[in-house]
Design a protein around this ligand. Sequence first.
Ligand code: PEP
Ligand code: MG
Length: 840
Amino acid sequence: MQKTPDHAVITPTEAIQAGTHGWRAKCLQRLIRLDLPVPRTVALPFTAVRAIASGQPAPAATILQAFEPGVLLSVRPSPQNTDWGGPGTLLNIGLNAESHARLAQTHGQAVADALYLRFIQSYAIHVARLDPDMFDASAATPEALRAALRAYEQETDEPFPEDAAHQLTQALRSMSRAWEGTTARLLRKAKGAPEDAGLGLVVQEMALGMGHGVSGSGVIQFVDSTTGLPQITGRYLSQSLGRDAITRAGEGTIYLQCDPRGPSLEELAPEVFADLMRYGAVCRRRLREEMQIEFTLENGQIRVLDAIPVTRSSRAKLKIAVALAEDGVIGKDDAVLRVEPRALSELLHPQVDPRGARDVFARGIAASPGAAVGRLVFSSTSAQASAARGESCILVRRETSPEDIRGMHAAQGVLTERGGMTSHAAVIARGLGLPCVVGASGLQLDARDKRLIAPGGRILHEGDLVTLDGTTGEALAGEAMMLAPALDDDFREFLSWADEFRDIGVRANADTPEDAQTALNFSAEGVGLCRTEHMFFDQDRLIAMREMIFADDPKDRASSLTRLLPMQREDFIHLFSIMEGLPVCIRLFDPPLHEFLPHSREGLRELAEALDRPLSEITRRAEALSEFNPMLGMRGVRLGVTLPEIYEMQAQAIFEATIAVGARGIQVVPEIMIPLVSAMREVELVKTRLEAVAAQVRARRGVDFAYKLGVMVETPRACLRAGDIAQHAGFLSFGTNDLTQMTYGLSRDDAGRFMSAYVNQGVFPEDPFHTLDIDGVGELLLIGAERGRATRSDLTLSICGEHGGNPESIAFARRAGFDYVSCSPYRVPLARLAAAHLAL
Ligand code: PEP
Ligand code: MG
């Protein structure tokens, strides 16, 4: 039978694992091994904590035997991962009338009273769960002490517990149970914790930063949490303990390092400061991490109580990982693994452009960086409703509570009237990577009348468009001008390391020269999908496209195609030039007609003018062209088969552009992709036409060129018949948007109306248009890939639907042996990193 690990004193030798005792216990053991002055500590494993939570008695008496009689203790949470939270630390367990009297002798009456009062208050609130209002923080007078003891007795009908074992038992039980609470579960789940995540607890001898000589407590770290750059930051507060220096900021904290603005710990206790610097360096080198060290000075003697990885913004995360790798402390692979892919999108967050107008209506604390635009909502329910409608929103609350978590998930930004850097809203928003401004004083939320009264009396209503700037702490009326985030050298360097490890390609979906430039800036390995009809969305070009669509005889069509040809040729020359010889996959026209027909009378009139035709004729033609189900109508290759001259024009433009850039030294082998195929014969027909065009261009220009022909697999039938189709295709690219639409029989344009009901009721685990449905659509992908490769072993396979940038879809594509994924340009960095994580 396997022995269940029980609590034990942490020593340098007895093995402690984060997986059984939590990261804090593991970390404390490392500090002990590094000879840092850590007070005696007992660690309780997950199994013990779980047993306590389920009602078994806490082993307080045996834990106490590990310590000198009469010492005071603290209890801290130790979850497996630092990010998973846990109940708050409890200090000074063991204080009672007797130890209070003893403390008065050793540390003076004032210190003893202050500690005892604090202990009674925190025990009453956090262990006995009494109303905090009954135990208002007040000056530690003997009267206040008596009042607190009286209040405790009145509320519980029991005297305040004197027995240390009883206090410890209750503290352990309360913390064990808090871990099982719904809020705690929800919070850690949002951070990726599994359902059965365990909690360890550590019981540590208190170091009292109060009393004689240089006494106090503080925290120190050696990098800035926001930028990740080297900088000594932290706080020290005389006559304090625990994390007082942080929670009681402003009450006479002093600088750590010599500072002209005031006294510093470095001046007060230079040897202590030198020790801290040394500890920081040792931790960085040996723990291979930037740590924040929590310390206490007891009459000049330093104790290290804890060290936690420095909390950090995504930007800082990347900077720190790069610096550690560049200093040889960690390997590049480790650095790459230290930044989770989704954190990059936060790094890429837009910022408010400082050059634009700023109509500030409220100011508060900049609690979480980045900026977002959205409509004002005043409740979590409204935020969720906005998300269900696909609208961006900014959630405004007086302050947030755990009930607001779902609303915060749904919002693009969070603004609160109250709170500070460590308030609920701030902590959660930083965790979620949402821009957040808290403590916007002077702001009055009138939730009943759905309005917000800004300082100065300005009134905003629910639904008004605002911009939240979490970087500066301002809320702006309207939609501010935004700036794409700057990408510095460390960012590029870091992603180039990721590229060394990944083994699946990442291309970008790019339709315009701007998209292509962004794709190249993000080091995409080529264009995986150029939707050519999107090249005609601009107003002047839309007319040319409509003209072609409206042509009802071959002569008219030929004339509009003659106008489109030079535009397309220029487009491709531009695209090939930007991509500098990297592969470019061009999809032939796939215009669902409803996207290109004018919808209003006004639009029809404009078209009539542009085409110089009577309005009645245009209206009749539009009616004739309109389809009951355009997404399943005259789209994709169906257009190519019925009106072949359109694809011929595009092929000619592609080939002539290839020759043009070739003459300038850019050698491209364009990839031409046929959309919405469902039968092999469609491919055969288009292929024959394209070959004829290629032959004509070669003959006319006297220049040879190569190209690849492939098929976009977007219909279930194409997956099933991939074996036939691959006879005529050098590559298959799975268009998972249409494939999802057709596999489910779910309109991609209308599903939003009921998707949230479906997800809420568990019909779909997630929106299949966002997260690839591995079970259904995924199976079709596997069938298509397998049958295609059975015909042609060197067949290139890829995904180019919206799912291409999603880490789970990338994992699926990699497992299935795909060659690359293609996603929107801004998702390329995330995809590169996600792919590297998969390979490591
Ligand atoms: C697809 O269907 O997955 C695809 C990429 O094409 P579009 O979104 O243009 O239909
Ligand atoms: Mg499609």
